[in-house]
Design a protein around this ligand. Structure first.
Ligand SMILES: [Zn+2]
Length: 444
């Protein structure tokens, strides 16, 4: 078997979208009856969704809508105005990470757990995980989207789940050797940390590492070739696959196949995805090289569903065909609206600066850097943006100054953004085993 959900994964994408529109049409009338949020958003008109054009006429749902809906929580409906089912039908609560404000909660019925599990298994299968894999699941919090749902997905495939997340790093490294772990799910930062620091702790067990597959996610960066080479080379991997999901919608929906060049959409049985212009909200076609914001509709969800949800994730379409036979578009995540900076009135993603520098200066600078803001809320820059990079090899003062100029010129020429570079020695940027902050705050 090459695909987990063979029929939908290989059906022409246009036909998948048509099938999804019929699912949305069947889903909406009951949703409006069950969810005060959607009764309000969609009004009494209850239009039919016969095709994509009808779908695109429906209003968007935003994070603010979900927050307002949650604010209406009561003892009878703890998940608020979008609970959708009686509390007795809910078997699990999930929480957003809460790193950008107070957490949002999501509810799952038994059927929702089933759809999550199958969709996530589809992503893991595309990412090359098989039933003979022994998987170290390193997300430490069961209640977040990447917690229990990810674990369920691995078990559904028949892989051996080793939920090591939450143990101290040294213990994780030892347990991975003892359990003969073949695959690892971790943030990109953790994989990099492992590749760079080596695994002396694991080696002390006297057991050779069996690790060959890494699934990375939780932060963009794995699409960057320089970083990918560093991790894959440092760990002798056969598989290095990026995945992406969204707690508000489905914890994992996108995942790379063996081509390892952009993530396929693998949740087509349960979730519809659209690409829209982030400014105007107008629908955009899936075409190679195109980019826009991802918008999701969970047409199979019973509790806390979303219709045309603005993810604030910006993606670039890498390809519409693939050697693996999957028909869903392949994308790369460019960044989040929340991370966007404005330089002299122009939008720029910190990831765009990082990717340009890491790729253009590969071998001379390390594939990670840090942008500095002067305050947590700073979005606008009129002066050059301060950026720290790490030199890969020791440099004398003149070479260092030349490198600074080259990087500043390259970013200015390519992105029309002025940056002020400081070149640090290798290891000069703080590393974290969890997530490395691309943007940090330095008081002036
Ligand atoms: Zn593929």
């Amino acid at each position: 078997m090459e695909h987990w959900n063979a029929e939908l994964e290989s059906m022409p994408w246009r036909d998948v979208e048509r099938w999804q529109a019929t699912q949305v049409d069947a889903f909406l009338p009951a949703l409006r009856a069950r969810s005060p949020l959607y009764a309000r958003l969609h009004g009494a008109a209850s239009p039919r969704v016969a095709d994509l054009a009808d779908l695109r006429a429906l209003p968007f749902t935003t994070k603010d809508d979900l927050r307002t809906a949650q604010d209406a929580a009561s003892a009878g409906a703890p998940f608020g105005a979008n609970q959708g089912v009686p509390s007795s039908a809910i078997v699990q609560a999930l929480s957003s990470s809460g790193t950008t404000g107070r957490p949002l909660y999501y509810a799952l019925t038994a059927r929702d757990v089933e759809t999550f599990t199958d969709a996530i298994a589809t992503v893991w299968f595309a990412a090359g995980i098989r039933s003979d894999d022994v998987v170290a699941h390193l997300v430490g919090l069961p209640m977040v989207a990447g917690g229990l749902p990810y674990a369920d997905g691995f078990r559904r495939l028949g892989a051996t789940l080793c939920w090591l997340g939450g143990f101290p790093t040294d213990r994780i490294l030892r347990e991975m050797r003892h359990l003969r772990v073949t695959a690892l799910l971790a943030t990109t930062s953790f994989a990099l940390h492992l590749a760079e620091k080596g695994d002396e702790v694991g080696s002390e067990t006297g057991i050779a590492s069996c690790l060959r597959k890494v699934i990375g996610g939780g932060e963009p960066g794995l699409a960057q070739p320089a970083l990918r080479r560093r991790i894959a080379g440092g760990l002798a991997l056969t598989h290095l696959r990026e995945t992406m999901g969204l707690g508000d919608v489905m914890p994992s929906m996108w995942g790379e196949c063996e081509v390892e060049d952009g993530m396929h959409f693998n949740a087509q049985r349960y979730v519809m995805v659209e690409l829209v212009d982030p400014e105007s909200g107008a629908a955009l076609p899936w075409r190679e090289g195109g980019s826009g914001e991802l918008v999701y509709t969970t047409f199979a969800r019973e509790a806390t569903p979303v219709v045309r949800y603005r993810s604030r994730d910006h993606a670039e379409v890498v390809a519409l065909r693939c050697a693996c036979g999957r028909t869903s578009p392949r994308i790369r995540c460019i960044g989040r609206t929340d991370d966007m900076l404005i330089y002299k009135g122009m939008n720029v993603f910190p990831t765009a600066i990082r990717d340009l520098v890491a790729e253009r200066f590969a071998g001379r600078v390390e594939p990670l850097l840090r942008l500095w803001k002067t305050g947590r809320e700073q979005v606008r820059f009129d002066d050059a943006i301060a950026v720290d990079v790490e030199a890969s090899t020791p440099l004398v003062a003149a070479a260092r100054a030349a490198l600074v100029r080259e990087i500043e010129d390259a970013v200015r020429a390519q992105l029309q953004v002025r940056i002020a570079v400081t070149v640090l020695d290798r290891g000069g940027l703080p590393r974290s085993a969890y997530k490395n902050a691309l943007v940090a705050v330095r008081e002036p």
